[in-house]
Write a protein that binds this ligand. Structure first.
Ligand SMILES: [Zn+2]
Length: 311
């Protein structure tokens, strides 16, 4: 096999200069501040940092007492009401923008043209178009919510009419970059957990002393993951042909960043082998986030050896 040269990927995502938390129908949402200014950035330029920051949210959530009580849906809902998680998620969104789950979750987009077609969110989950739209665009006070959105409501929310005109910049005419677009804190935590769990399974699979039968379980879990909606095309910049990804959501970008992190032969974002904390490895061979963790693990190992000897 030919070892590939490092490919430079490019993608664009939009974020606002400031996001706020608002409560609506007993749920906590994050949306752009009224006076916030939009801008675009390339998530691949900060890929280690964004992946690590998302993994931290996932680890905090899974490690939280409420999560250990059981029901995942209830616990992320409960966590979204806690100050600690609100702060953590708001900080993530202020740094990287919202996830774009409005585009990421549906398996069909026909509902945008025909409101009678339900939104399919998975094998067992189907919603009416109105229910779905309202959960992301309730902040649109001009919208008559007795009906679903029409083409001109989408246009207005995308900033294509004078009233809602947004400033210049790539992709700002996309509806998920509307100032009316909001995501719940719990759905962002949910996504962080799903990425964290994937990372955890990959780490566990690579762990040295895993029995074969368990390795098989991990293997089938890893290989059954399929990335959703990766729109790949050629991009040309300054006469150079580039690998261009037209992502429709930050979720899809993050899934891809994790995949590249695990398959490039240079895993830079890792989970500490002792405490499990996500960290960016400065040395590719590093297994622990701090010297303390490495020392503690060495002590554990030597104790284990001693015990084996006594037995
Ligand atoms: Zn550690």
């Amino acid at each position: 096999m030919i070892k590939e040269e490092r490919i430079e990927f490019t993608a664009k995502w939009c974020k606002y200069s400031k996001y706020i938390i608002e409560k609506n129908n007993d749920k906590y949402y994050i949306l752009p501040d009224k006076n916030a200014k939009p801008s675009t950035y390339d998530p691949f330029e900060v890929r280690n940092q964004i992946l690590k920051d998302l993994l931290v949210i996932g680890k905090e959530s899974v490690g939280n007492e409420i999560f250990k009580l059981g029901n995942k849906e209830l616990s992320t809902e409960a966590q979204s009401k806690m100050e600690k998680f609100q702060k953590l998620v708001l900080e993530f969104v202020n740094n990287y923008g919202l996830l774009g789950t409005f585009r990421y979750l549906p398996e069909n987009y026909d509902f945008m043209d025909n409101a009678d077609i339900p939104v399919v969110l998975g094998y067992n989950k189907v919603m009416t178009a109105k229910e779905f739209e309202k959960s992301y665009f309730w902040a649109d006070t001009k919208m008559d919510w007795s009906k679903t959105m029409k083409a001109n409501d989408y246009q207005r929310n995308a900033g294509l009419d004078d009233y809602f005109k947004q400033t210049e910049g790539d992709r700002l005419d996309d509806i998920i970059f509307s100032k009316n677009y909001a995501e719940t804190i719990s759905e962002i935590i949910d996504f962080a957990i799903s990425i964290y769990n994937r990372k955890l399974v990959i780490c566990a699979y690579l762990y040295d002393d895993v029995p074969d039968d368990i390795k098989e379980v991990y293997e089938s879990s890893i290989t059954s993951d399929t990335l959703k909606k990766t729109n790949i095309s050629y991009g040309i910049e300054n006469g150079q042909i580039k690998f261009k990804w037209n992502f429709m959501s930050l979720c899809a970008i993050l899934e891809t960043i994790l995949l590249l992190n695990e398959t490039s032969g240079r895993t830079e974002v890792k989970l500490c082998k002792h405490c499990g904390k996500p960290f960016i490895a400065e040395n590719i061979k590093a297994e622990y986030d701090t010297i303390q963790c490495r020392n503690r693990e060495n002590i554990n190992k030597s104790r284990k050896k001693k015990n084996n000897y006594i037995e």
